[in-house]
Ligand binder design. Structure first.
Ligand code: SF4
Ligand code: SF4
Length: 383
């Protein structure tokens, strides 16, 4: 923890000050959020305030209720299917302060999963059928127990995913990490909003693109991105502005050519995500006057073909402090899993049977998962 803080200070001494925002896309001048909502004492740091703001968006009476929309398409209740993905959020600490962050992560956040909670997660994992452990954050690599979690999960034969922001790999303490992850067949899922410098820097801050390209080169150098099934390099793109994600397959072709021709970078697949109208992205939507339009866009683009693949149906999301949620978004909104028997939803009391019988909690933000081709941690749902 201490080491990470020291290194972070070196990489990002002072986040740049906020500048004005354009109306439909992020500013092109590279303006990460000045700090987390929590640090700025923004009212939107409170999940209840986020949910209330979303509920206040004026939408046609019959269109703004997510459960009613599901019911109208034959899904009376949203329930889990068999558990496939065990997603551990290792903390809110991050070396970046992206404007669109749904976690409100940043260098000023200090919440990280403890070894005790990590061990409780591993005991719980052993009671499940999950084949994949998805490590997310913040920057999961900054958790002091990151390598321990990876080792323990690979020992158990699990497919491990590291959700990596790329720039973290340039920290001096991370020099050996690409090679270390490659040796353990960890899939790297990297955020890179765009293959063009301008768009990526607009969302994540000036200089991010260059660092990301350098990190991708290091991953390529240890065998990631060459079609090796156990060294899969996945890029994640989300729109730079108040738009829906574009076609995943079309973008993948374009990105492969763009990164290969301009930078000699290789990767295996691209997944696209919609921006979820919560946390700092919600703040940006509100400040830029895009909130109503974006919510209308999400609601009007509801796609029933996405319902069966919603990630809350095959994933369990565990927060840095060991609480259990239907998905990472519900986690950020403090909507803890609802057990029908009213039992505890803490990892220390993990009980797979009652968890699998829970009803998934929903609210208006869920329209972000069902809009267009759909959106999940695994990318589009209706490809
Ligand atoms: S979007 Fe990712 S890289 Fe950016 S601040 Fe949030 S957790 Fe960090
Ligand atoms: S936000 Fe979570 S609970 Fe809502 S539809 Fe998406 S995955 Fe499911």
């Amino acid at each position: 923890m201490t080491d990470s803080r020291t290194t972070l200070t070196n990489l990002h001494p002072t986040p740049p000050a906020a500048k004005s925002l354009e109306t439909s896309g992020f500013s092109q001048t590279g303006t990460p959020a000045p700090s987390s909502l929590l640090n700025r004492r923004s009212p939107l740091a409170d999940p209840q305030a986020q949910l209330a703001l979303l509920e206040q968006v004026p939408l046609a009476a019959d269109s703004g209720d997510f459960d009613a929309t599901l019911a109208a398409h034959g899904c009376a209740t949203l329930t889990p299917q068999s558990l496939e993905i065990f997603q551990m959020n290792l903390g809110k600490l991050c070396n970046m302060t992206c404007r669109h962050c749904h976690v409100d992560a940043g260098p000023d956040r200090r919440e990280v999963m403890t070894r005790n909670t990590v061990d409780a997660c591993l005991r719980a994992l052993d009671q499940t059928t999950a084949h994949t452990v998805d490590l997310t954050g913040g920057a999961p690599e900054l958790n002091p127990h990151f390598r321990y979690v990876v080792e323990e999960c690979t020992k158990r034969g699990k497919h491990v995913i590291d959700r990596c922001n790329l720039t973290v790999l340039l920290l001096p303490t991370m020099d050996d990490l690409p090679h270390w992850l490659a040796e353990r067949n960890v899939e790297i899922v990297c955020s890179l909003p765009h293959y063009r410098r301008r768009n990526t820097d607009a969302q994540r801050g000036d200089g991010t693109f260059e660092k990301s390209i350098e990190a991708l080169r290091r991953l390529n150098a240890v065998g990631y991105g060459d079609g090796h099934p156990q060294r899969r390099l996945t890029l994640v793109s989300n729109p730079v502005g108040a738009f829906l994600a574009s076609s995943q397959s079309k973008l993948e072709t374009e990105w492969k050519a763009g990164l290969a021709n301009n930078y000699g970078i290789r990767f295996d697949r691209l997944i696209t995500l919609n921006n979820m109208p919560i946390s700092r992205y919600l703040e940006w939507l509100q400040e830029s006057g895009n909130l109503n339009r974006y919510m209308e866009l999400l609601v009007n683009a509801f796609n029933p073909a996405t319902i069966s693949g919603l990630m809350c149906r095959n994933t369990l999301s565990i927060s840095w402090d060991g609480r259990l949620y239907d998905c990472d978004f519900n986690q950020m909104l403090d909507m803890e899993g609802a057990l029908s028997d009213g039992g505890s939803t803490h990892i220390q009391d993990f009980e797979p049977t009652s968890l699998s019988a829970r009803q998934i909690r929903t609210a208006r933000h869920c329209f972000g998962c069902t809009a267009g081709a759909g959106s999940s941690c695994g990318g589009a749902l209706d490809t």
